[in-house]
Design a binder for this molecule. Structure first.
Ligand SMILES: NC(=O)c1ccc[n+]([C@@H]2O[C@H](COP(=O)([O-])OP(=O)(O)OC[C@H]3O[C@@H](n4cnc5c(N)ncnc54)[C@H](O)[C@@H]3O)[C@@H](O)[C@H]2O)c1
Length: 316
């Protein structure tokens, strides 16, 4: 099969691209490298630096492609509040441009990386795909809008469309930007270096941390499986973990106590969020293979940034 991955030099995109190529598929990637790194891509992947809103470039790349994975996006929730126009331009504009380009070339399917963050604050947990989204950031708006665009345009253009609502993915190679770094690599880095971990709010807020390999397996199945056109599907671990529990697990895995500071002034975001993954199991045969502890251990093992020689490893 021939695949195009937009945003394929990013964290999830690189894992997906490398796995598809290892399975013997042809993979092309378009990424503007605003956040991605192309060095970790398998050399068999055809990489093109470009903007997902550049339609002529998409036309050339889409030739003979069967499935497009649309991952190119700006991904920071707080930043989206500061730069909503940019988030709308890239995330929504990119999706619409891609769909238009696919129409001209007869691509069969698009799989969108949507997000569990569109659920916002829900009383009933775990959240299933039926609940009404509670949109709290321009990023969330852009993801829900993208879902609507792939389904609406997909119906008009004869393109099968599937949206995976991915929860908090983590794993080796996740970017650690200076502004608003994701919690897992940020905390691992701080604990390993003996720095302080700053927790926003009470630390009781929960999330669903899902290991990158499980997300990649779900994406691959969503690209192959018949009979799932028009579906939105949650992809999480199905396990609810508080920030305090996450830190405790990291301490255990690293074998070092964390120095934790609480910033109660800063909101910790929604109080609870955990995915109901029954639909994923039913439609994709999805069963997460990685517990949080195993995923953290694997992240430490595989990510060169976390292999500091002076880190003591506790005998187990
Ligand atoms: N990582 C998660 O926990 C998570 C959760 C839910 C949804 N998602 C979605 O999955 C996708 C991948 O996320 P990620 O964590 O790998 O983030 P990432 O930032 O590592 O990857 C996004 C990639 O898109 C590229 N990009 C940005 N703007 C572009 C543009 N205009 N043209 C071309 N490329 C562009 C970036 O350079 C980057 O490589 C995103 O759409 C994100 O919204 C991620």
């Amino acid at each position: 099969m021939n695949y195009l991955i937009t945003g394929g030099a990013g964290f999830l995109g690189r894992h997906l691209a490398n796995k598809l190529v290892a399975q013997g598929h042809n993979v092309r990637v378009i990424d503007d490298l605003s956040a991605g790194e192309k060095e970790a891509l398998d050399p068999r992947i055809l990489f093109t630096r470009g903007d997902v809103r550049d339609q002529p470039k998409l036309w050339t790349l889409l030739h003979d492609i069967h499935v497009v994975y649309h991952l190119a996006a700006k991904v920071s929730l707080p930043q989206s509040i500061l730069y909503p126009r940019e988030y709308n331009d890239v995330n929504v504009g990119g999706t619409v441009t891609l769909m238009e380009a696919m129409r001209s070339l007869g691509t069969r399917r698009v799989v969108l990386a949507s997000s569990g963050t569109i659920y916002g604050d829900q009383k009933r947990q775990p959240v299933d795909e039926q609940v009404l989204p509670d949109l709290r950031t321009p990023y969330a708006v852009s993801k829900l809008a993208s879902e609507h665009y792939i389904f609406t345009l997909g119906r008009h253009y004869g393109i099968e469309a599937v949206a995976l609502r991915i929860f908090n993915a983590y794993g080796p190679g996740q970017a650690l930007p200076p502004a608003y770094p994701p919690v897992v690599p940020q905390f691992l880095d701080r604990i390993l270096r003996g720095g302080s971990v700053v927790v926003f709010g009470t630390g009781k807020q929960t999330r669903d941390y899902v290991y990158v390999e499980d997300v990649v397996d779900a994406l691959i199945t969503a690209g192959e499986r018949e009979g799932i056109d028009g579906q939105v599907i949650n992809i999480g671990s199905g396990v609810e973990t508080s920030v305090e529990e996450l830190i405790a697990l990291m301490e255990e895995v690293i074998g070092r106590r964390a120095h934790v500071l609480y910033n109660q002034e800063q909101s910790g975001g929604v109080r609870r969020l955990v995915a109901d993954i029954e639909k994923a199991e039913k439609l994709l045969g999805y069963r997460p293979q990685w517990s949080l502890e195993e995923g953290l251990r694997e992240t430490l093992r595989r990510d060169p940034r976390f292999q500091l020689e002076h880190i003591p490893v506790r005998e187990r």
